[in-house]
Design a protein around this ligand. Sequence first.
Ligand SMILES: Cc1ncc(COP(=O)(O)O)c(C=O)c1O
Length: 491
Amino acid sequence: MAYPDDASFGDLTSALSAISESLDQFNRFEGPDDAGRNRESWRKVLDVPLPDAGLGLDAVLEELRSVVIPNGLRNGHPGFNGWVTTAPTTSGTAAALASTVAGSQRFWVQAFNYLETVSLKWLNELLGFPDSWQGTYCSGGSSANLITLGAARQWAVEQMGVDPSMTGMPEGVRWRIYASSEVHHVINRAAAILGIGRRSVTPIPVTDAFTIDVGALKEQLKSDASRGIRPMAIVATAGTVNTGAIDPINELADVAEEVGAWLHVDGAYGMFGILDDRVADLYTGVLRADSVALDPHKWLAAPVGNGVAIVRDRGIMGRAFTLEPASYLEGSASQDGRIESPFDDFGEMYHEFNLDQSAPSRGVQVWAILKEIGKEGMTARVVRHNSYARHLEKLADDHERLEVVSKAVISICCFRYNNGQLENARLNELNAEIAAHLRADGSFVPSTTVVGDVFAIRPCYINPRTRLEDVEGLANRVVELGDKITASSPH
Ligand SMILES: Cc1ncc(COP(=O)(O)O)c(C=O)c1O
């Protein structure tokens, strides 16, 4: 079919085959990763003026193939275990492509809309959540926490007989959100956006295990209550970004119940850890949560841009995020309930519980991933990754020039090079130098963090491609680099 436009339409088979070898080549992660080192040369090729006359599809594909893809981000490399990110597996990638083409909006009566619902039910089943819990897909952990805390705000202010989505926050009332000092900084930003204020997120000290100190929380609540400050929500983190610590959710549920606060669980990284029987007990109490944030684009290795906000009662989320009726929408669907076109109904109304009106279909990615590997495959992944962190902890414990900085709870183990001869400040510099060398080598790329006053090397195992040899390789390389640097500059 011919269309009156300069863009190409039906050439996907040849377009995909023009770049697919380059993508497969990229995914083999062979040779050095020169994207950072060579940035001047590929930027020069890409930094050209806007063309007046289009250069055509072939020119686009050729530049994708030869310049863009080879200089992409290798966070799927088996030795990459930094931050909490990885690259997608094939089924999620194929599903994302399919939805880009055939499900380019998540609503209306169509298969991709339905898979939002099916996959949310599967996530509930996978994680042992009640079937009645309702979720909505969003763009990641930041938005999942923002949406769930938006629901918390709606609920808390409604307790005063005020609808904050209609009239804003009541004047003269001071609110607090309570979370451990290890909480992810997107929680503070969510509080800022919701008009509660970053400073209202009250950091509660942590125990030696980096979990929230419940005694200190109770003290803070008591003192705040005496000053008329209202508790809006308590945030439990199930898998902190620094060390993978899991807050005592059940105890926090007791406290939330006592003080009448919403209990939110930020499980963006660590919620899937519940699949490992060795640590499942640490999640006790999660079924008492009012909301949970999940990130399929982390441990589930979905394409980035995939988060889930789950609440016990989506009515609250609806009151917080609903769209006003609009004449361009109302009446545009079937008036008598008959479905004779996909456009006769909006399907499951996910856009009513969310920030985006137009949004991609994301559920299909989770559906594809879980359909491919099943609960067993996902459980095996989580158990393997948690075992990697434990193995690394043992390697570091056993080695005389390595030191465990934080023990493995789920799939993070923080450690450092320490030859026992240097002061902490120098050790911090040395380990930062080791980390810089690791990033430049590209074979083993953890990220780093600071635990107390210790600069630590911090691998976080969520990458499905990582093998045991990558875990052992990292430990060996840290020793090699530490030895080499200290030999050349002992002090
Ligand atoms: C515990 C936790 N919460 C929230 C986030 C933010 O998620 P995202 O980067 O998807 O916005 C992260 C990211 O690492 C996280 O680890």
